[in-house]
Design a protein around this ligand. Structure first.
Ligand code: CA
Length: 477
């Protein structure tokens, strides 16, 4: 506003300088008593012929006000706002009292626009900085990720097969499911050689069972949740039988949908009710992608097989970080020795009353099931057993009291648990405990010794089975 007023004032002063006021303005220059030069500028009042009254204060105030405005105007002219002193006067006169407000408004608009541009650019800079941080983090993660295995290890030769190998070609598919053919095997065919003395003429096991109780029967499946998207056709869901730490309990439910190229999401639910009715309380992203439906939960860690490898991973749930990472020696993977339903179920991990186990096969075992007990901390193999049952003839397996049990079919609605192998005795044989695949596509079976239930994922359906255990007797398992 002061600029506007100063221009008005300048207009007022400039008019007299070109008219009758010219002969009334006098500029005097003289020395005072001290020898200093004084300038005296005298202008006659256009309204008053003589000075009336005795008080000069109103006039002095007016003069001071005008001087202030003049100083401000001179400062503005010196700064070249109007394009230099030479054109300033004519510009002011030409624009008069209406030109400047327009200029001022224009400047104000430009200033506001610049302020908005500045804020917008600041926002873009912050967004770019955030994305840069994310990309840096991802790059660091990729740098730490191991390269795809390309060398043989432990005498196996799967890794160096040519790209035209059918097993490798199948691996290029979008999903882990590799084949889906029903394999019903008669119990009598599953009796290991040399173990016939432990079965009767019907192939029913007569061998002694040592240690903790044996499986007597399996109840009907109880539905807890149906997955609502294609990624949930098969998967893994578990509760930790021996939770550790304060964050999670044996009520916490863990779930992984395993359909997809890059399986990394681990969902945590507070309890069965939340699993059944709501959304997960937490979603974790695993450090490396998962393969198979053979993951298990034990003592505060998720154990799983890394995609396209025989690498076992222990993922600590409390710190949400990779705790152990080791190769399972000689283990087949990615379609070498899956269960009958395929799905790259080469390595099945299990926990029971006696610890952590891996169920798999090797080239040396020629596809027969190998059981290894693992150190839960380091994942190092403590001891191994080789059975006589071919892994691709059974649908799934689980450990209970140090014994391996296999499920005959993953699609038959009424099938059996058809084989047992006791690591305490090193002996196994056929059994026939009824087992139901209610939804006709059972991709995962795991035992939880704390809940005394089997957990299964049957064609989008997450179900449990009550189990009855009892003292081993002739004819039981
Ligand atoms: Ca299993």
């Amino acid at each position: 506003m002061w600029l506007q007023v100063s221009l008005l004032c300048l207009s007022c002063l400039s008019l007299p300088s070109q008219s009758q006021a010219q002969d009334r303005a006098v500029l005097r220059r003289s020395n005072d008593h001290g020898g200093r030069c004084h300038y005296t500028f005298t202008v006659a009042s256009p309204e008053e012929s003589s000075c009336s009254g005795s008080s000069m204060k109103p006039e002095m105030d007016g003069v001071l006000s005008r001087l202030t405005l003049l100083e401000a105007l001179v400062s503005r002219l010196i700064a070249g706002v109007d394009g230099g002193a030479g054109s300033a006067g004519s510009g002011v006169r030409a624009n008069g009292e209406e030109g400047f407000p327009e200029d001022y408004s224009q400047v104000t608009r430009e200033k506001n626009q610049l302020q908005q541009d500045k804020e917008r650019l600041n926002g873009q800079v912050q967004e770019l900085q955030r994305r840069l941080a994310e990309l840096s983090q991802e790059a660091e993660s990729l740098r730490q990720k191991p390269c795809q295995q390309t060398h043989t290890s432990g005498g196996t030769q799967y890794e160096n097969r040519p790209a035209s190998d059918p097993a490798y070609d199948l691996g290029k598919g979008a999903y882990q499911e590799m084949k889906a053919e029903l394999t019903e095997v008669a119990a009598s065919r599953l009796i290991p050689e040399g173990n016939h003395n432990f079965t009767d003429k019907f192939g029913v096991l007569l061998m002694p069972i040592t240690g903790c109780e044996a499986l007597q029967s399996v109840g009907d499946p109880v539905l807890h949740r149906k997955a609502d998207s294609i990624t949930g056709k098969y998967g893994v869901w578990l509760q930790d039988p021996e939770p550790q730490g304060l964050l999670y309990t044996n009520e916490t439910v863990w779930r992984i949908d395993t359909v997809g190229k890059d399986v990394r999401q681990l969902f945590a639910y507070e309890d069965m009710d939340q699993l059944s009715q709501g959304f997960p309380m937490k979603v974790m992203v695993l450090p490396e992608p998962m393969e198979s439906t053979g993951a298990t939960m034990f003592r505060g860690s998720l154990y799983y097989q890394r995609k396209r490898s025989r690498t076992l991973i222990r993922y600590d749930l409390t710190s949400e970080s990779l705790a152990s990472r080791v190769e399972l020696p000689h283990a087949g993977f990615h379609g070498q020795h899956p269960y009958s339903w395929g799905g790259y179920t080469d390595i099945d991990l299990a926990a029971d009353e006696q610890g952590l186990w891996a169920i798999y096969s090797t080239s040396k075992a020629k596809g027969a099931i190998v059981i290894s007990q693992l150190d839960p901390e380091s994942l190092v193999v403590k001891r191994s057993w080789e059975t006589n049952i071919r892994k691709n003839t059974v649908a799934n397996a689980f450990m209970m009291c140090g014994r391996l049990y296999t499920v005959a079919s993953y699609t038959a609605p009424n099938t059996t648990i058809n084989y047992v192998f006791d690591t305490a005795t090193g002996m196994g044989g056929a059994v026939a405990v009824p087992f139901k695949n209610k939804y006709r596509y059972n991709s995962m079976v795991d035992y939880n010794h704390a809940q005394r239930k089997l957990y299964a994922w049957d064609n989008f359906h997450m179900v449990t089975y009550d189990v009855r255990l009892g003292r081993a007797s002739q004819g039981s398992i």
